[in-house]
Design a protein around this ligand. Structure first.
Ligand SMILES: [Zn+2]
Length: 399
């Protein structure tokens, strides 16, 4: 960080970078109105509890209000959605919701729309606003009001391909954001980092032949949705701009950390993004009920801060985090709050869940990293580790 401004110490806020623009935060209760059947994992409370925790941190001043810019959501319009999705697909979603309301009224029960996707009367509004929220943040960044931002949205997006909803996702929110960043703001080279525990098959598909969008994903493998092999590298002009890091179940910090430092960083060095998007799924948390990874909230903080640093290094901090998965409500709320700290330049964490129980074995992360470096013709780039690769279990959970 440069020291471009020297303020009167009495006026200095607690952060040591007072000139930093705030982090935009976009959330709307419309996201709660996308309802799902009982026992479905992707529930409204995921974002409801997360925003409540962030608001509590703001109210008590732990998250300084001057570091956060709350902005109202807007729905993505047809032109913005159509940069990714055929208009006929968008219309099919709208019509399905309209039919549901016509048949059952505003309180109609959720109805199945696609594999693991339900719609309710509020779903079209929620889905178009989930796609629009990142665009609000991109505009705030482009207009100089925010440094970066967090779209705390649902339904999530990274399993949605151009013309198909699946896996809780209707529109591919991060893909719509990438196209908007290019078309509206001229940020042509967009890096998408996806640390959701699932492979973002939709995002990969949409940009598979596009060399201007680098899609990087860490995911449990083999696992839902079955895609994401490391040999998928893109095609045509997009060859090399899809980078999959499929990881065995029970991977934790010792695997994720070198992949971010030794694979993601040299990729970013080579690609030099104009903007960075983060598919922020918190289902690689060790408490997640759907997956079997070992990340803690503190680990997520470190990974997020690597992505923040990449954006700081290459594109003046331009980074939009877009909520994807995460199905343990406490883990999601704490990781979401911790992501807000990371985006504001802080290493604070909110965590009463602690670390995963230690394994009695360890994956050979060096072999995993080596294979990815060879596959993508990267030379090792070992930044100094922030933390030991095997951590001590704290005596008691951190607050
Ligand atoms: Zn996921």
């Amino acid at each position: 960080m440069s020291e471009e401004t020297t303020q009167n110490p009495s006026e200095q806020i607690s952060d040591d970078t007072p000139a930093r623009l705030p982090t935009a935060l976009v959330y709307d209760d419309a996201f709660l109105a996308h309802r799902v059947p009982n026992d479905f994992p992707e529930v409204p409370e995921r974002v409801g509890l997360a925003i409540a925790m962030i608001e509590a941190l703001l109210a008590e001043g732990t998250l300084p209000a001057e570091h956060v810019l709350r902005l109202p959501v807007r729905a993505a319009n047809m032109e913005e959605l159509a940069a990714v999705h055929p208009e006929a697909y968008v219309e099919r979603v709208r019509q399905a919701v309209a039919d549901l309301v016509e048949a059952g009224g505003e309180h109609a029960k959720p109805r199945r729309f696609a594999t693991e996707v339900y719609i309710s009367p509020g779903s079209y509004d929620a889905a178009t606003k989930a796609a629009g929220a990142p665009l609000v943040i991109l505009d705030a960044i482009g207009e100089g009001h925010a440094r970066n931002g967090y779209a705390l949205v649902r339904p999530p997006g990274h399993h949605a391909s151009a013309d198909r909803a699946m896996g809780f996702c209707i529109f591919n929110n991060v893909a719509v954001a990438a196209r908007y960043a290019q078309r509206k703001w001229g940020w042509q080279r967009v890096l998408i980092v996806d640390y959701d525990v699932h492979h973002g098959n939709g995002t990969q598909d949409i940009f598979y032949e596009d060399g201007d969008v680098l899609y990087f994903s860490t995911h449990q493998y083999p696992f839902y949705p079955g895609t994401g092999d490391s040999t998928d590298r893109g095609t045509g002009a997009g060859l090399g701009s899809t980078v999959n890091a499929p990881l065995p179940a029970e991977s934790g910090w010792s695997v994720y950390d070198p992949i971010f430092r030794q694979v993601l960083w040299p990729l970013a060095d080579r690609f030099k993004p104009d903007a960075v998007l983060l598919s922020a799924g918190f289902d690689a948390h060790w408490q997640d009920p759907l997956a079997q990874m070992q990340l803690s909230t503190a680990d997520y903080s470190d990974l997020s801060r690597e992505v923040v640093e990449i954006a700081d290094t290459y594109c003046a901090g331009r980074l939009v985090a877009v909520q994807e998965g995460g199905y343990n409500l406490d883990a999601v709320a704490q990781c979401a709050s911790t992501l807000m700290f990371a985006l504001t330049g802080s290493d604070k964490i909110v965590d009463n869940l602690g670390l995963a129980p230690p394994l009695n074995y360890r994956w050979n992360e060096e072999a995993i990293v080596r294979a990815l470096l060879d596959l993508h013709d990267l030379t090792g780039y070992r930044r100094k580790p922030r933390k030991p690769q095997v951590r001590e279990q704290p005596a008691k959970p951190q607050e």
